[in-house]
Design a binder for this molecule. Sequence first.
Ligand SMILES: [Mn+2]
Length: 367
Amino acid sequence: MQVVFLNQCCILGYDRLFFSLSLFISIKFLQMNTEVAPLSERITPKEHSPLVLKMTRQKGQVVFIWGESCCGQKKDGPQTAPQRVCSEEFLAVVRSLGWKLSIARAPQVFKPSPKIVEKGVNCYEPFSVFATCENVRQKVAAAHDAGAFPMLVGGDHCLAMGSIAASLERQPNLGVIWFDAHADINTPLTSPSGNMHGMPLAALMNLRDIQKAPGFEHRYPILKPERVAYIGLRDVDDGEKRLINEMGLSCAFNMDDLKRYGMKELVKQVLKKLCPTGTEPIHLSFDVDGMDPAEAPSTGTPVADGVRLHEALEMIQYIRATGCLYSMDVVEVNPSLGTEEDAEVTITNAQLVMAHTLGYTTTKAKL
Ligand SMILES: [Mn+2]
């Protein structure tokens, strides 16, 4: 498969618009009108997915790991997202789906980083990033050890280093689906911004260049390039394109691919690659900027012409239906950006993504 990067407009059909709007309005309406039956009462047990049934029978426990940090980039705000995303109303919906839940806070660890680094090395706050990710790794590891499903709520995307490391330690064959507008495979030598939220995959794969980051010490199992698949790409730096080709990351779907083949076919291809026997564990790293800015406006690096909410939810349902989802991140919500309405739209849509992962369904999706 050729890796092709094209920026293409996503044509928004009226039916899709209506679907997205109706989801949004139904949640908003529930928030505003107490006379309407709460979301929890409108969900019937038979709508549970195989994963939820399996997990409910075995353990039925989800841990929301609050990645309350922002050090992987330079904008203030992502550290406030977990508390807002995990609102009381949202948690009530999760309980109604049959899950027991708990919250594990993983606050940012501040560590001064050296100001002067090697020439050509561009890396912002690496000591804080690695220390914070270690904090996240421990929380995700504890959730796994308790037999629970860990869901990291960021925070910025650098935290995926911690969550994926914890899952890889337990499942060396872990497949990672990276849902994102960006490839996040920069190194301190290729990164234009120096922001480490654009470097987690390079760190997890232990690429030679990432080893230049001050404080970097890879002590986790290495994520193999053939165990990674991208969906939603549309803003990939030149250095990243080179790395993607060099590393043989052939399962990299951009918006043009989505437009041409549709989400069902993309997920089919991704699962064929990462989950060929239907038993391999999967980690989904969901960056809200993979979605269109109309549906996730409050995020640090929005990119036009993204995945629509209903397509993202379709993806989630196909992945969930495998019963192989082992861990997940939902990152890059920044409630401080844009208007309050922008923040609410972004938070609501992040909640919908999480709720659908845990068995909330509004549509039927079968592969
Ligand atoms: Mn990202």
